[in-house]
Design a protein. Structure first.
Length: 199
């Protein structure tokens, strides 16, 4: 049955309630690959790496990836908490430990990613202090002083790879969780709400 599903909710919604728990995880994986991971890999390869500083697609890439972290956090938390809590839930559990352990002034790198990157892009079309810089061979993080501000530079290739690896670990944990486990129950609740009921 899963092979006949497109990954596009409007076309699939009436069939999703019949999926088993394992099939729902498979569908979720298919959907995230279709609408997030594969398009961001294409944008990274064709617009960001090739065009370098000549393309502003890195900001579309950044806001989409920050939203993906937040959305995955919603499935992880069962929709509990606000957007910031969901963002940090996934970031802290499944992505690089530097997001918790490294500091940019009084903020962790994770807090800076939320405040300067996610919120800056979502509410003002700009990373507040910092940006997406570097090639795949360069460091994940770099802190520089620019115009009197400590700025976090995040390597876009490594951020996408980190999200993807974290997403794979989350899927593995979901598939290994016994029925009734909070991880499984939280995922199921959000799958029902978002994918089946469309709320």
């Amino acid at each position: 049955m899963l092979k006949s599903l497109t990954g596009f909710l409007d076309y699939d919604r009436d069939k999703l309630a019949a999926l088993s728990a394992d099939q729902r995880i498979d569908y979720f994986e298919k959907r995230v690959r279709l609408v997030v991971i594969n398009p961001l890999r294409r944008i990274l390869a064709t617009e960001i790496i090739v065009a370098g500083g000549e393309s502003s697609a890195v900001l579309i890439f950044g806001v989409s990836l920050c939203c993906a972290i937040e959305a995955t956090g919603k499935f992880l938390t069962g929709g509990k908490g606000g957007n910031e809590q969901r963002f940090h839930a996934f970031l802290n559990r499944y992505m690089a430990p530097e997001f918790q352990s490294q500091r940019l002034g009084s903020m962790s790198y994770g807090q800076a990613l939320w405040l300067h990157f996610r919120n800056g892009l979502a509410h003002g079309f700009a990373v507040r202090h910092g940006g997406f810089e570097g090639t795949a061979q360069q460091p994940y993080f770099l802190v520089r002083s620019i115009s009197g501000y400590a700025c976090l530079e995040v390597n876009p290739t490594l951020l996408l790879n980190d999200y993807f690896a974290g997403f794979e670990r989350y899927l593995s944990d979901l598939r290994g969780a016994p029925a009734g486990d909070p991880l499984s129950a939280d995922f199921s609740d959000v799958f029902e709400t978002v994918f089946i009921r469309g709320e």
